[in-house]
Each structure stands twice: as C-alpha cells, then as structure tokens.
Design a protein around this ligand. Structure first.
Ligand code: SF4
Length: 424
C-alpha cells in the first residue's frame, strides 16, 4: 500500500480518494519508496511487527473523554491527567494527590501503559551527554540522546525502529526498517528526558528546550505519528510539553511530498535536509532515496519550505574522506544553494563517525576546514557540527543498531549485560 502525502491538510478541493488513501494506517513504507527506482529496505523483523498499546498521547480529546467515562469519571479528569503528564512528566496515577485513588492502577493501565523502558545509558562529554537505549513492547530497540549546552538542552529522538533509507555509511541503514513508532512511543522519550533534565541528570537541573527528530528513522516516513508528537511537544500543558515549535527540528533525507505536506501544517518547525552530496551521481550512491527524488527536487521543496515558513533550512552534510569532502564538492554545493538566493540555508558539515569495518571514514581536519572555507567564501552560513557523543557511539542510530545486531546474532532478549554501559 502506498501512503499519499502529496496533498496538504489545507489544500482546497482535495480529491476524496486521495484523502481516504491518506487516512489509511501507515505501513512504515515512505511515499517515496513505493515507486521509481527506490524501495525501502525492510528488516526481516518487518513482517512480525505489532501495534504498541494505545497511550493517552495517541488518543484525541473525544477518545480520552470516552475512555474516562467508561471508568466512571467525568471528562475534567482528562485535563488532570494531561497536567500531570505534560507539566510534571509523571505517569504514575497513584501519586496524584488530586485524583481518586480507588482505580488508580486501572486508570494508569488505560491511559499510560508502559511503552518504553530504559535498558542502558551511556554518558559522554563530562556527563553533559546521555544516550539511552530503549526496549519497546515487542522487544525492539531504539535510542535517544540528551545533550546540555550553555544555553539550551536538546533531545535527539527516534521515530522509527530501524530505517528503510539504506544509506550505506549508516549503522541504522544496515538494519532496515522494522516498523513505525507510535506517537506515544515518540513522546515517552520526550517525557523521560524532560524529567531527567529537570532532575539534574546532566549535572545541573535544566529545562528541556529543543527536540530534534534525528535519531533512528526517517521522520517523514512516519508522518502521522510524527505530526501528532510535534503538536503535543509544542502545545502548552495540559495539552503538551510547551516546547516552542521553533525549537523542534525535523530531519529528512528528502522525502519531497512529506516536506510539502509539512509546510501546510502551519507550525514553524525547522527543516533539516540530509544532503551529503552535491551531485546526483554521488548522492545516488550515498543516499539511495535520491534515485526517487533528485537533488533539484529536494532543494526546490526545501526552498519552498523556507519561503512558506520563514525558517532557515539546515543542510546536513556528513563529511567522508575522499568521497564528498573535496574542494569541487564544496564549490558545487555552494553553487546549487546560491541558485536559490541568499541567506535561506545553514550548512552543517559533520565529520562522519564511521561504523566498524566500513569503507566510509571520517574526513581529514584540513579537508573539513577547506570545505567550510569554500562555503564561507561563497557567502553561505556554515558551521562544523558539534559531534556530541562521538566518543560513545556518535553515528546516527549506532547504539541501538549495535545492540540489535548483537540480538540478531544471539536471539536473546533483553540484553543481560552491556559492557561499559551504566545500567539504569
Ligand atoms: S543516515 Fe539517516 S536516513 Fe540514512 S539510513 Fe541512517 S537513519 Fe536512515
């Protein structure tokens, strides 16, 4: 089944069939992957995927009120749950002093089933970076990374189990896609991290201020759950965590229909495009989705996103030694970006953190510097990205990927011992 993302919510005269088609449940296959020269890479586990239990954050207001009525409580109790969950990061109904306690456990099981549990944590950067490996209800593994900076605290979250994009330099890409995550599973990463930050897990108490969809998965391949999560990250309590939409970043390899749909949502999240190459011939190799949506289509959509939202687009570019980090690559990238005018993008080159045994390795520092200099000389804003956590497992999805590969080998679940990790 194909998920049609080509029409925005607000588009007039939306074709009924297309709307119906779009309302069908998503399979985890990206809309770009069902035709053209690209197919999502599926994990052998894809066939066995199940549905996670329904969570408070998966329900709309009517569904919450109906579930509450079924337990014999008036609808104002829903608001109380939302306040405890979003403002205090607390899902333990038995600890709510303002809530009837006779059925506390039933209420908790109904609205806040346990969706994710921390299996292990790794620290880096003197304790200001914490990476968490999560176990999901079906034994799946995902990860999130919490990072403290002088002026902000950022959480990088996963939106899919594995990833179907098949980028050959990426650990997650090697796994293939198992399934989409639910909004509840995505938001539980946020709640847990917000509580950790508040309680001083990163050294001093801080407030979670930024969320980036740059963990495992292609966020636009799980559009509905991603959007549901974004709305509840940005709404104020009792409807959401109250993190400004401007501090939320959605990262994509360039799913053009998804970018175009996102721009109709009226929510000013930042868009980050993982470009990694300035020419189609090279990008076809590094980012296989390019065979479906070529660079010019991706940059057209990214520039339209900038025009529609007034948010500068980030271009992510993993620098790989001798592959995409030479002067001619920087010059071509600058030319392609300047084609659309000034000041609409910010390029973030990031030294690749290679996976073991891979032929893709990190650039030399002098090549990184030259790459950056050429962009600057061409008038393009560019900053070498902070490689937070690179001394643990910096490449995207690598922590969970490592564990999944191990699990595939041993078929044991959950892990009993993970060397060098702090058990939670
Ligand atoms: S680099 Fe990103 S898009 Fe590509 S396979 Fe890895 S997680 Fe997926």
């Amino acid at each position: 089944m194909t998920v049609d993302l080509s029409l925005g919510e607000g588009t007039p005269n939306v074709d009924k069939d297309a709307r119906l088609k779009r309302d069908e449940p998503e399979t985890g296959i990206t809309p770009g992957g069902s035709s053209g020269a690209f197919r999502d890479v599926l994990s052998p586990r894809h066939a066995h995927r199940g549905k996670p239990p329904i969570h408070f954050t998966d329900m709309d207001q009517e569904e919450r009120a109906a579930a509450m009525a079924k337990l014999g409580y008036p609808s104002f109790r829903v608001k109380q749950l939302g306040q405890h969950y979003f403002a205090h990061y607390n899902r333990e109904v038995s600890s709510y002093s303002d809530f009837p306690q006779q059925q506390a456990q039933v209420v908790e099981n109904t609205f806040f089933p346990s969706l994710i549990r921390p299996l292990a944590e790794q620290e880096a950067d003197q304790g200001t970076t914490v990476k968490t490996l999560w176990g999901l209800f079906d034994g799946s593994r995902i990860e999130s990374v919490l990072m403290k900076y002088p002026t902000r605290t950022t959480l990088c979250i996963s939106s899919q189990v594995g990833c179907g994009m098949g980028c050959p330099f990426c650990a997650t890409g090697k796994l293939g896609l198992t399934r989409n995550m639910s909004a509840g599973e995505i938001l539980e990463q946020v709640r847990y991290a917000a509580r950790q930050a508040r309680d001083g897990r990163l050294g001093q108490p801080s407030r979670l201020s930024n969320v980036v969809f740059m963990g495992m998965g292609e966020a636009l391949g799980n559009y509905k759950a991603m959007m549901k999560a974004i709305r509840q990250i940005s709404a104020l309590p009792p409807d959401g965590f109250g993190i400004s939409a401007r501090n939320i970043t959605v990262s994509t390899v360039g799913i053009v229909p998804g970018i175009r749909r996102l721009m109709t949502e009226g929510i000013p999240v930042r868009l980050a495009v993982s470009l990694h190459a300035p020419s189609d011939s090279l990008r076809d190799e590094l980012v296989p989705m390019n065979k479906r949506f070529a660079i010019s289509q991706v940059l057209d959509a990214a520039h339209d996103y900038y025009v529609a939202t007034k948010r500068r687009v980030s271009i992510e570019y993993a620098l790989m030694k001798g592959i995409n980090d030479q002067a001619q690559h920087a010059r071509l990238l600058a030319k392609r970006l300047n084609h659309y005018g000034d000041d609409w993008v910010h390029v973030n080159p990031i030294p690749l953190n290679p996976i073991e045994g891979s032929r893709w390795t990190a650039s030399k520092p002098e090549d990184e510097k030259r790459f950056l200099d050429i962009l600057h000389q061409a008038g393009i804003a560019a900053t070498l990205r902070d490689t937070r956590g690179s001394d643990i497992d910096g490449a995207c999805g690598q922590l969970a990927a490592k564990e999944l590969i191990r699990q595939d080998q041993t078929e044991s679940d959950p892990p009993q011992d993970i060397p060098n990790w702090t058990k939670d």
